[in-house]
Design a protein around this ligand. Structure first.
Ligand code: NAD
Length: 505
């Protein structure tokens, strides 16, 4: 099935290819084959990358360019990346198992469009803001400047390797920072290719560095490095806690995009055809490996049996198969460890009293014996206190939970450690909006799911994260605010120095 030849992709540090004796194998999750290798980078490579990024930053080769100059180069990079889109799509799906439809439209299509959005932000961002003339505490005029932080670290997960990395690299570069990226060790290929495209299209060497290597070694060093001023991290909540701990040593800024356990709330006036398809789309796209997946379907008790029956009928039509075939709907999960973990979650849910309405195992058939496959799985008889309803499974597992009235639906939706995204399905926008007001979640979609719009902020409540990515203020997280005040008072007598020195004669 695999069309990428087994090639070796070196790291990119200071505009140079860098290799190591040890190699990490990149596995195609759809068949378990080795598609590529990358260097097994360690703390010393992170140190080299941070030094290169710091030197580039201090030279002004990028940081001293005007925002318009940076935007122009970023747009040239997007143009070249679009021409290389087929290569980027293949590198992405070869490592993370996305289907070709999804990799084309979502993983790479969004990644490049969002990078272009950040280029535009460089031009519209309020780099300087004059505050009103003030007479207190002194007659003065202040100007607030936004300045780059310096060296920024980006640590990203396996599921949207390019998109979620560019959510950090895009605003960081737009603001004039230099960046060190530590991609997930299973899925670094598309970002390595993007970094090379960027350098060939005007990004000076050392401004964007990519270190491949294990999270606990390379990622941890980046998070604690004294010359890194900010870490943008997307990944699991448990690693997010560790990033905070490591970053606290030098009081770094952090943006954390973490896990989720999204509710899909079906109201009793929902368009059921739309809700059934929407709930399935919300949960099963990319095999449920999306932080904003709607993994808990909350359904009115009186509609429960009919809704489950319709979900099962529709989910049976989801086609698993060759991820490079445009007719395939759903691919594998990322690796064998995750496959075993998902199947174990399902077994434990059964022991807890859940009923497997569909799936629950590896799909039958010879083509699914290699690779890491899990059938779309629907569980009924689930209550919100069960681990299957509380823990992030990160696989194609939908649980259906019955509720009695809107208040109970809201209570169940909010009874979670997470608060990243929620869907509400209703034909009454007013009613749905009123419920949206009560949901503790960074995003709420009414009659939709997975609507990642780069023009609005994205992030989580509670243990789903800290800070927001995307939106018109995305550069705030990659800049420092500096207030410069000019005294306008008329000489020494007007000054408050007397607080210390008494009245001047
Ligand atoms: P993960 O937390 O295992 O790994 C994420 C990154 O952290 C990888 O690059 C990894 O190498 C690195 N890492 C691991 N241990 C580290 C350490 N001790 N120090 C520094 N870096 C370390 O996550 P994953 O399995 O790749 O991705 C799945 C998780 O990501 C899910 O929990 C999912 O919800 C979350 N996610 C969140 C969002 C969001 O925007 N909120 C988006 C996508 C994924």
């Amino acid at each position: 099935m695999t069309t990428v030849e087994t090639t070796h992709h070196q790291m990119r540090i200071g505009g140079r290819d860098v290799d190591t004796a040890g190699k990490i194998s990149i596995i195609d999750p759809s068949d378990g084959s080795v598609v590529a290798t990358v260097p097994d980078g360690d703390a010393s490579h992170v140190d080299d990358a941070v030094a290169a990024a710091k030197a580039a930053y201090e030279s002004g080769v990028w940081s001293a360019k005007t925002p318009h100059e940076r935007a122009a180069i970023m747009r040239a990079i997007v143009g070249a990346a679009r021409e290389a889109a087929d290569e980027l799509i293949e590198l992405e799906q070869a490592a993370n198992g996305a289907t070709i439809r999804q990799a084309t439209g979502f993983h790479i299509g969004y990644a490049l469009a969002h990078f272009e959005y950040f280029a535009g932000l460089a031009e519209t961002y309020e780099w300087e803001r004059a505050a009103p003339v003030s007479d207190f505490p002194a007659l003065s005029q202040s100007v607030v400047h936004r300045e780059p932080i310096g060296v920024v670290g980006a640590i990203s997960p396996f599921n949207f390797p390019l998109l979620l990395t560019l959510w950090k690299v895009g605003p960081a570069l737009a603001a004039g920072n230099s960046v060190v990226v530590k991609p997930d060790e299973r899925t670094p290929l598309s970002m390595l290719a993007f970094a090379r495209i960027a350098e060939r299209n005007g990004l000076p060497p050392g401004v964007l560095n990519v270190v491949t290597g294990p999270g606990r070694v390379a990622g941890a060093r980046l998070a604690e490095h004294p010359h890194v001023g900010k870490i943008g991290f997307t990944g699991s909540t448990s690693v997010g806690r560790e990033i905070m701990r490591l970053a606290s040593g030098t009081v770094k800024q952090v943006t954390l995009e973490l896990g989720g356990k999204g509710p899909s709330i079906v109201l009793d006036d929902a368009d059921l055809d739309m809700a059934v398809d929407g709930v399935l789309f919300g949960c099963f796209v990319y095999s449920g490996q999306i932080c904003v997946s709607g993994t808990r379907a909350l359904v009115p008790r009186r509609l429960h049996d009919e809704f489950v029956r319709r979900l099962v009928e529709r989910a049976k039509t989801i086609v698993l198969g060759n991820t490079r075939d445009f007719d395939t709907d759903m691919g594998p999960v990322i690796d064998g460890k995750q496959q075993a973990r998902i199947l174990d979650h399902i077994r434990r849910a059964e022991v807890d009293g859940a009923t497997v309405e569909l799936g629950g195992s590896r799909p039958g058939g010879e083509q699914f014996e290699r690779g890491f496959w899990v059938s779309p799985t629907i569980l009924s008889g689930v209550t919100n206190d069960m681990p299957i309803a509380r823990e992030e499974v990160f696989g194609p597992v939908l649980v259906v939970i019955a509720y009695d009235d809107d208040d109970e639906a809201v209570a169940i939706a909010n009874d979670s450690d997470y608060g990243l995204a929620a869907s509400i399905w209703s034909t009454d926008n007013g009613r749905a909006l009123a419920i949206a007001d009560r949901i503790q979640s960074g995003s709420v979609w009414i009659n939709d799911a997975h609507q990642i719009n780069c023009q609005v902020p994205f992030g989580g409540y509670k243990q789903s994260g800290i800070g927001r990515e995307l939106g018109p203020d995305a550069l705030d997280g990659y800049t420092e605010a500096k207030t410069v005040q000019v005294d306008l008072s008329t000489g020494l007598k007007a000054k408050p120095f007397g607080i210390l020195l008494g009245h001047a004669e």
